[in-house]
Ligand binder design. Structure first.
Ligand SMILES: [Zn+2]
Length: 203
């Protein structure tokens, strides 16, 4: 895996709707070196951080059904929606990358995001917690995490970046494409099946 791919994974796959300031930082960060050794050292720490963070906030995790969204149940199957939870929060948690040995990414920790998905949990900022399309987008990521598993999620994202570049990496493009269809209210589709079929496509 090349350095910029891991960086793009950290800045792209885990987070959404970066602020303008962060978008500039992201551009800068893609210019910075990350060796395979640094990646292999950081990845288990990232996984451990995700588990710890989710355990800490599990008490605040809300069932999707509690929002009484009318449209989400039309797109996701009942089991998927039942398993996922969201955590309303003032500031979404991001990994302490500097503490993981990635000092150069300290600026990332200052980033301010509307939403972030880790496995089948997503954090969402309180001011946008009523926006159904943002829940939809994060639920697409939940489906990706579930269908791929964390390591394959990372590998698929990196491979996609290698061929298509950050902006069009398949996992993120998939989420935005699905969200756009949802926002257009055009045709109702099976979102889990949509993700599974897109993942099955040759990359
Ligand atoms: Zn996304």
């Amino acid at each position: 895996m090349r350095r910029r791919e891991f960086i793009a994974f950290l800045t792209g796959a885990l987070t959404d709707w970066p602020s303008n300031a962060f978008a500039k930082q992201r551009h800068l960060m893609t210019q910075i070196a990350l060796t395979p050794e640094e990646f292999h050292a950081a990845y288990p720490k990232l996984q451990a951080w995700i588990q710890k963070t989710l355990a800490t906030y599990e008490i605040d995790a809300q069932p999707i059904a509690s929002m009484r969204f009318a449209r989400l149940p039309l797109y996701f199957d009942h089991t998927s929606l039942e398993a996922a939870r969201f955590i309303p929060i003032d500031r979404v948690p991001t990994p302490p990358l500097a503490a993981m040995g990635l000092d150069r990414f300290a600026a990332f920790e200052q980033g301010d995001f509307n939403g972030v998905t880790y496995l089948d949990r997503y954090f969402i900022k309180r001011p946008v917690v009523t926006e159904e399309a943002l829940h939809f987008h994060e639920l697409i990521h939940v489906a990706q995490w579930r269908l791929l598993g964390p390591e394959s999620f990372l590998t698929a994202y990196a491979n996609g970046l290698d061929e298509f570049g950050y902006e069009n990496s398949p996992l993120e493009k998939m989420a935005y494409d699905a969200e756009a269809s949802f926002r257009r209210s055009s045709v109702i589709f099976d979102a889990d099946k949509f993700v599974a079929e897109r993942l099955a496509r040759p990359q």
